[in-house]
Design a binder for this molecule. Structure first.
Ligand code: WNU
Length: 152
């Protein structure tokens, strides 16, 4: 069995490799590791459903997910992106205080996500201006691309 210490180090090093978190101070990153949960998903499972309320932020530690969205003129939600290890999602509902704006569907068996709840996300982002403005801009860009795509 893996020790708590080894697990901590493993996730600390992994988070260090996530571009979004690269510049966070060490103690901040260590705190995030302390309050992480790990969720496991099977292929085809919905991790996030469009229109639902959401209070969590996810980072993919293993596997792959598909992002889909309801679109004007199409009966089925349309695929807009595929995300893999080191990518993250779920920030938009937290930042824009809105419901989930897309579906996130697991696309590979045994996908692992690190999950950060709203309070810890706010602590991670809120006390770090550069991260906050980066994500705010990114989220605005997502809204613009949703409009262009005629997302419902
Ligand atoms: C997109 N439009 C919308 C992605 C992940 C992180 C960043 C893009 Cl910084 P949520 C659904 C999630 C949403 C986003 C993710 O889906 N998403 C998108 C789009 O074009 N959402 N509306 N592309 S992948 C992605 C940028 O994380 O957050 O909480 O849940 O609304």
């Amino acid at each position: 069995m893996q020790t708590t210490q080894a697990r901590h180090e493993e996730y600390f090093n992994f988070l260090r490799s996530v571009s979004l978190l690269r510049d966070l101070p060490e103690e901040k990153l260590a705190k995030i590791v302390d309050c992480l949960e790990i969720d496991y998903f099977g292929k085809g499972e919905y991790i996030i459903r469009e229109g639902e309320e959401g209070n969590t932020f996810f980072i993919i530690a293993k596997g792959e997910v598909i992002v889909t969205q309801s679109t004007e003129g199409f009966a089925e939600p349309q695929e807009i992106k595929i995300l893999g290890v080191g990518d993250y999602f779920g920030e938009k509902a937290l930042i824009s205080e809105d419901v989930r704006s897309a579906n996130i569907i697991c696309n590979e068996r045994d996908t692992h996500c690190l999950v950060v709840d709203r309070d810890n996300f706010n602590q991670m982002v809120g006390t770090y201006d550069e991260l906050q403005s980066y994500l705010k801009e990114y989220v605005e860009e997502l809204s613009r691309s949703d409009e262009k795509r005629n997302a419902l």
